[in-house]
Design a protein around this ligand. Structure first.
Ligand code: ASP
Ligand code: MG
Length: 420
């Protein structure tokens, strides 16, 4: 973390702060947007700050590249896919750097590999193992604005990797942490984090401040503004995040450590997620080791399992239901069928038309009755709950996909979140 300004003053240190500014796809979507970004970076520099820029691929370029890959090959060789996709961010970094140069701001672009982002070898969803941003530090010291390609790194096998969809956020936060930046600004096409998706709830409100814990729950349950891993990373390294708009440039939402002196809202936000599917295995023998066998097989295939519900056994048999990403459904079904044969279960069924609605709030910890109120609100509106899971600051319900939007709206109203 950078030293605070007061301490800097006392120690007679220069009042320079280091800000990492990350610009998402829409923020660099065309030449006009790129020029606007360069203007903003130039203003930040003129205010006396050091800046490191991280960019995403322009607009929907990553999706276009994936389509191209699908057009030329029925499979997606992960190493080649990574090589292909990193091109998107490289285009952005060079263009932003040029636009900065045109404004008299000295700058240089760097790939993830040049920025010293070392990852494991898990192509298309690599994890950062180590940060060696020496060249970025040198560039800052030389008075340049480094522009780093987001979403990518170099593996311990010296291959180019990507960090998973939305991974530029992770790049920005990891750089901010490694460089001891004062804050990490995430510029996007919305003005911050909202109490619900404004496209679903017209009365959703922008939240001025959200705690890391709440933001992690939001990101994990369908809040689409920030990638979950980036929030985890920011929390672990204490990097304050500021999510804001590159269209209005107004202050957005700060994501910071919880302030223990503040009264917490009971419910801060409602999220929805329709990207998952439900699998159920029936007639599972109710004995030790069976669940372990199933979830080990899924884990070995790198399938993330989310909500899990196991019924009380009757007559020595039980049922296990869980959710996975829709994109993993076919593979997960196949694995379940294999395990079914091994353990002697009776059937595997799946449902792709489900959605999850979650209510999140740090104040929930100390307020009884929130769960009851959520269930009553849903039942009063005839919405059936198929699965439930909770954490200390979140309650999630799986409902039928066509009820998700309505569920979010009625819960937003019921918990007093509607804007006046
Ligand atoms: N361009 C990549 C994606 O679309 C990474 C990012 O935007 O963060 O997922
Ligand atoms: Mg993104």
């Amino acid at each position: 973390m950078g030293t605070n300004p007061l301490l800097r003053g006392l120690l007679n240190l220069p009042l320079v702060t280091l800000i990492v500014q990350k610009f998402g796809g829409t923020s660099v979507g065309d030449a006009d947007r790129i020029r606007a970004v360069a203007d903003h970076v130039a203003r930040t520099r003129a205010d006396g700050h050091d800046v490191v820029v991280v960019v995403s691929a322009m607009g929907k370029f990553t999706d276009d590249l994936i389509r191209l890959a699908d057009d030329v090959s029925p499979t997606r060789p992960p190493r080649e896919l990574d090589m292909l996709l990193t091109a998107g961010e490289r285009i952005s970094m060079a263009l932003v750097s040029m636009a900065l140069g045109a404004r008299g701001v000295e700058s240089a672009s760097f790939t993830g590999s040049q920025a010293g982002i070392i990852t494991d070898t898990d192509h298309t969803r690599a994890k950062i193992l180590e940060m060696r941003p020496d060249r970025i530090r040198e560039a800052i010291a030389a008075g340049l604005v480094p522009v780093v390609a987001g979403f990518q790194g170099i593996s311990t096998d010296k291959d180019i990797t990507t960090l998973g969809r939305g991974g530029s956020d992770v790049t920005a936060v990891a750089l901010a942490a490694a460089l001891g930046a004062d804050s990490c600004e995430i510029y996007t096409d919305v003005t911050g984090v909202f109490s619900a998706d404004p496209r679903v709830v017209s009365k959703a409100r922008r939240l001025p401040k959200v705690s890391f814990d709440e933001m992690m729950e939001m990101a994990a349950t369908g809040g689409r503004v920030l990638m979950l891993r980036s929030v985890e990373f920011a929390r672990r390294h204490g990097v304050p995040l500021h999510v804001r708009s590159s269209f209005t440039w107004e202050p957005g939402t700060w994501i910071v450590e919880e302030d223990p002196t503040m009264e917490e809202a009971i419910v801060t936000a409602i999220t929805d997620d329709s990207s998952e599917a439900k699998l159920t295995i029936d007639g599972v023998p109710d004995r030790p080791g069976v669940a372990a066998q199933l979830f080990r097989a899924l884990a070995d295939a790198s399938i993330n399992v989310d909500m899990i519900v196991q019924n009380t056994g009757t007559n020595g048999l039980t049922a296990i239901s869980f959710t996975v990403a829709l994109t993993d459904l076919d593979e997960a079904s196949a694995i379940c069928n294999e395990v079914k044969a091994l353990i002697g279960a009776t059937s595997v069924t799946s449902d792709a038309s489900i959605g999850r609605v979650s209510i999140i709030g740090a104040g929930m910890k100390s307020s009884p009755g929130v769960t009851a109120q959520m269930f009553e609100t849903l039942s009063n509106n005839g919405i059936n709950i198929e699965m439930i899971s909770t954490s200390s600051i979140r309650i999630s319900c799986v409902v039928s996909a066509d009820k998700v939007a309505e569920a979010v709206r009625i819960l937003h109203t019921a918990f007093g979140l509607d804007a006046a």
